[in-house]
Design a protein around this ligand. Structure first.
Ligand code: GLN
Ligand code: ZN
Length: 774
């Protein structure tokens, strides 16, 4: 039996890489200084895994930005617009230009597109392919990192994204070809890489092919068969570990099992039943090994050794210990680095901490499991085993986790609880009467600029340098000014500005029971950006109102409507580490009830318009289409539960952004929000066609300007977009608003842009009345 790891976090346990990269980009450190930070992180990670007892230690899992971009550079798929930079800069600057764009000395190239890595919150840089795409070995990073480890006396297992997954991750930038057909051009470069690695003494290679967990076409499946047979023919001595993760092989199982590889890696956390399928199928060749991904690479819970050992023992009984590898379910880049760094008992109590394991702890779990499974260590006499059992038992029964009131409330949800009192048509009339809004009502998405000043107040308040009263007074002043500005500029539905919030999920998590936080639990989101998701460890409830005070305060300042601002249950779930001892749908429903209470309290406090943001609703979609309906069913229901406690004339908004919505438009309609505001301007309102074709029944505010740019759009531009919108959606269904929240913007451009936006709406109204009189 061997221990296997698929990848280790590369940000450094104190985010060393983030800090160094940002300093390098700002011109404050040299290339060599940055390269040194990378080298140290790699050495630290390899040593750590070696000392823990990992047999197959990954290399090339390190990246200065993204592993897909690394491969794009490796195979020389450099888009035309970077050729000039390729000629004149070092390869690291070329690499960063592709990742982030480059704007200097008359040079202005946009970055490559970025999108989510399967169903994770990690974003990769999307390869761009053209019809006659050529590939050539451009960077030998994978080889040099193998050699670098060898110098430290560590023979690693290089990790590479498999050729088919790489092609499928990319985008066709012109018509007239299918990217899968580029395999003929690509494969020779893979062969060159494998040759070089073998020559340096590599015996193993891990090829990641998570597309095997998705719905494939026959052609794609056949390509798998062809490619892996060719690799095997040319490299009969290289041990290929074919890694699949995030779901089962599904209908690709037979194709996969017939591939001539050394080892299949299985994600048994996402797909525990797959092992039985494989063992029972009798289709696993007798010389092929299984890497059992029993430790959750995507979550922070301590493994349950008893459960994992039962799985390992089943596989050993069927195949023999020699053919088994123990592993995390996927690369550990989706886990925070080191639980040992969580030393603040107040932030993370010892009781909860004992239930957790981060990357470093998971590595240890992998090696312990092997020791127990092979009886190298007697589990009955092991402190580690006893401690693991105790922690798991304690977690099951802890009073911290289980709240009968919450569980009963979920059970008692009745049929109509996810339905508003009347249909949209009726609500709309009542809302029109009570709200008295003009045609093309203007609003914003919620946040106003979070200036360094605002952030410094919060930091000082948290450190105790500002009292609650002092902090509140500053926030009140900022809120007041924001309300004044919105009144003066003629916006119809105002917001309070969200100055009291650090982050749209953390702010709610901090006030809900069942959530906890870490000080250092960072996970790479993209490039140097890291996120620190809250941990949902127990039944969720809302001990006190969370937003009523600020909404009420803001409403008291103005006769205009102030929109209440909440984060929806699905987004809170999606952007947290979620407990694994009950279905996600159950946790989501608990959050939905907590948000529902908040919505009702806002209504009671006189707030007539309430927005429940769900930007992450699409991210939760399962990888396989056949499972979409089930997810959408409970996700939409959770939103509806949160929104349905109010009277007909209270208007519920939702907001979504930066996702593909066309294929879930029916489900978005099923959410039955009275108004949806949605990011649209980057696609020049293209998205609206989907809403128009579908005849989206409720009101809709397509974003009329991109909030990611400091650029101030003219009212003519926005009128143009609104005309496009009005051409496909009835004017009395349309709202006017920016794409998303304004918290990353500066005040100066924000004010100018919103004034232009109001002018655009006014022009549209005038045009509409002229049309009427004609
Ligand atoms: N209300 C939030 C804001 O304006 C919405 C943010 C988002 O969509 N991600 O900041
Ligand atoms: Zn948004």
């Amino acid at each position: 039996m061997k221990t296997n790891n698929l990848g280790y976090p590369r940000i450094g346990s104190n985010r060393e890489l983030k800090k160094a990269s940002e300093l390098y980009w700002a011109g404050k450190i040299t290339v060599d200084e940055l390269l040194n930070v990378g080298k140290n992180i790699r050495a630290t990670n390899w040593e750590l895994q070696k000392n823990a007892g990992i047999d197959l230690i990954p290399s090339n899992d390190f990246s200065y930005y993204d592993q897909v971009l690394d491969l794009t550079l490796t195979v020389g798929a450099i888009p035309e617009r970077y050729q000039e930079i390729a000629r004149t800069s070092n390869s690291l600057d070329l690499y960063f230009a592709m990742a982030r764009g480059s704007q200097k000395e008359g040079q202005d190239v946009v970055a490559m597109e970025m999108t989510k890595w399967f169903d994770t919150n990690y974003h990769y840089i999307v390869p761009e392919f053209t019809k006659n795409q050529q590939f050539k070995l451009f960077s030998t990073k994978i080889v040099s990192e193998f050699i670098e480890a060898k110098k430290l006396n560590i023979t690693t297992k290089p990790v590479l994204i498999g050729p088919i997954t790489y092609l499928l991750l990319g985008k066709e930038k012109e018509a007239g070809f299918e990217r899968i057909d580029l395999i003929e051009n690509l494969l020779p470069v893979y062969f060159e890489i494998l040759e070089k690695l073998e020559a340096e003494g590599a015996t193993y290679i891990q090829l990641d092919e998570p597309f095997l967990a998705l719905n494939l076409t026959d052609k794609e499946r056949n390509t798998y068969t062809k490619v892996y047979n060719e690799i095997n023919k040319s490299f009969p001595n290289l041990k290929v570990i074919l890694a699949n993760y995030f779901d089962c092989f599904g209908e690709n199982l037979e194709t996969a099992l017939a591939l001539p590889v050394d080892t299949f890696h299985l994600d048994l956390v996402r797909c525990p039943l797959q092992l039985d399928d494989i063992l029972e199928s009798g289709k696993l060749a007798s010389n092929v090994n299984l890497s059992l991904g029993v430790i959750d690479g995507r979550n922070i819970w301590k493994n349950d050794f008893k459960k994992s050992l039962a799985i390992i023992e089943k596989a050993v009984a069927a195949l023999g210990a020699d053919r088994i590898l123990v592993a995390p379910s996927c690369s550990l880049i989706h886990s925070p680095c080191d639980l040992d760094l969580e030393t603040n008992d107040q932030t993370l109590t010892p009781e909860i901490k004992q239930w957790l394991a981060f990357a470093k702890q998971k590595i240890k779990e992998v090696t312990l499991l092997k020791q127990f499974a092979t009886n190298e260590t007697d589990r009955n006499n092991s402190i580690n085993f006893a401690e693991n059992s105790l922690a798991n038992q304690n977690r099951k029964s802890s009073k911290l986790i289980h709240n009968e009131l919450v569980k009963n409330r979920v059970k008692a949800i009745a049929k109509g609880d996810d339905q508003r009192q009347n249909t949209f048509a009726t609500r709309r009339q009542k809302q029109a009467e009570s709200l008295q809004l003009p045609l093309y009502p203007t609003t914003t998405i919620g946040s106003f600029p979070q200036t360094p000043e605002v952030r410094s107040w919060r930091a000082k308040f948290k450190k105790g340098e500002l009292s609650q009263t002092e902090y509140d007074a500053l926030l009140e002043k900022e809120t007041k000014e924001t309300i004044r500005f919105q009144e003066e500029s003629g916006i119809d539905v105002l917001v309070h500005g969200e100055f009291e919030r650090n982050d749209m999920v953390e702010y709610f998590g901090e006030q809900l029971d069942g959530f906890t936080f870490t000080k250092n639990g960072w996970v790479q989101s993209y490039g140097s950006r890291c996120v620190k998701p809250p941990v949902i460890y127990g039944d969720v409830s809302r001990p006190n109102p969370m937003t009523v005070k600020w909404s009420k305060f803001a409403q008291s300042l103005t006769p205009k409507w102030v929109k209440g601002m909440l984060t929806g249950p699905v987004t809170i779930l999606q952007w947290s580490f979620v407990r694994d001892d009950q279905a996600r749908s159950e946790t989501c429903t608990q959050i939905a009830l907590a948000i529902r209470d908040e919505v009702v309290d806002l209504e009671k406090a006189g707030i007539k318009i309430i927005q429940i943001d769900e930007p992450a609703i699409r991210e939760g979609l399962p990888l396989r289409k056949e499972e979409w309906a089930k997810y959408l069913d409970w996700a939409v229901k959770a939103f509806r539960i949160s929104a349905s406690g109010v009277a007909d004339d209270t208007q519920i908004h939702t907001h979504m952004c930066y996702s593909e919505f066309n294929d879930i438009i029916q489900n978005i309609a099923d959410m039955d929000a009275d108004v949806i505001t949605i990011e649209c301007s980057r696609s020049q309102m293209e998205l609206l066609d989907a809403f128009a074709d579908f005849k989206y029944p409720n009101e809709i505010g397509p974003g009329v300007y991109d909030i990611h740019s400091p650029r101030v759009p003219s009212n003519e531009e926005m009128v143009h977009l609104l005309e496009k919108a009005a051409a496909v959606i009835p004017a009395n269904q349309l709202w006017v608003n920016p794409d998303c929240g304004l918290k990353t913007r500066h005040w100066d451009e924000t004010k100018k842009a919103l004034i232009e936006m109001v002018n655009a709406a006014k022009k549209m109204r005038v045009a509409a009345t002229q049309l009427e009189t004609v």
